[in-house]
Design a protein. Sequence first.
Length: 384
Amino acid sequence: MRKLVILGSTGSIGTQALELVAGADDLELVALSADRRWEQLIAQADEHRVRRVLIADPESAEKARAAWDGEVLNGPEALAELILGAEPDLVLNAIVGSAGLAATVITLSEGVDLALANKESLVVGGDLVIELAAATGARLIPVDSEHSALDQLIASESGQMPGTVERLTLTASGGPFRGRSRSELASVTVEEALNHPTWQMGGKISIDSATLMNKGLEVIEAHQLFGTAYDQLEVVIHPQSIIHSMISLADGSSLAHLGYPDMKVPIAYALHYPRRVKLALEPLDLAQLGSLTFEAVDEEAFPCLGLALAAGREGGTAPCVLNAANEVAVAAFLDHRCSFLQISELIAATLDDARIEQTYSFDTLIAADRAARQATSEHLAALA
Ligand code: NDP
Ligand code: MG
């Protein structure tokens, strides 16, 4: 039995992971965490016989303590206590946003394998996170579907000469606004933006998918995970989301990873690695699909991808600033405090003002994250 901790178990990835764990005979769930949805969390804990949870929001933690007889952790040391105390073999980090960085750092510092859905960890602190995993020997298994696909494709070429894999192509569904011009995006609503055509996801990543910032974050994530130069990373729009990613090789061949869009596949791959488990899913029927289509990204309508690529290339604290500005702007959009197009404008303005530094330590990142949030909030206030 491998002991598993799921962080962010009340979210979209977390609940799907719990369904998979319920049917697994080799995983024992030992701890869970959430931010505010404490009732859902303790119901999950009861169902899966977990006696220890972390609730990040203090008020929610208090309510849970009053209502439940298990142990509820909260406070600055709670995350380390939860992870270290559980002595896990694997941690699934399914927290959303840069709030997930601390969990990534604590897990890898302990040499514990990490199934990573929280892509923001790699965007914000990729340089240090990858070094940490290398130093402790912990395995970092991506849960993001494109990166899970790339990880498998690259592994299939591991015996080859360096340089054999020439290019990585990440596919993007294009989100709910694919095909719309910039002017047509001026008045789109929160409800429209949340309505993703192929994936069911949490609010923040749904908006990131609508702006294409999600793909920008994913290019930075791929750069960090696979050490691939930005010139060798490509994005193509593929509305059906059947091809999850592709690698192009020196001999002119390309390898792709296919399947119906279902996050259970990459989650199960990460939870059971290196074993593949049987999932009750429809087999891929190409004749029924009929056609797969591809198109280039409209960079004018979706400037977030370009902003992310520029920040990735600049390096240092630039991706951290980009991410913080994006989190503040997306929260504002969800709260009807800015328009869809203002999301990218707020991020661009924050990056323009920011002093980009080398990332010597996680403290540098925490300071850059805080300063960027403040700057974006000021730009937001100036809009009103
Ligand atoms: P959700 O918004 O559905 O869930 C987020 C989870 O994080 C919730 O459990 C939430 O708790 C918890 N959380 C938020 N803040 C904190 C905090 N400060 N401390 C502890 N827990 C916290 O997000 P998703 O499941 O959609 O996404 C999770 C991550 O996975 C993101 O990084 C996303 O980019 C990535 N991802 C998601 C995919 C998807 O299909 N959904 C696909 C690929 C990647 P609470 O419920 O209490 O608010
Ligand atoms: Mg993805």
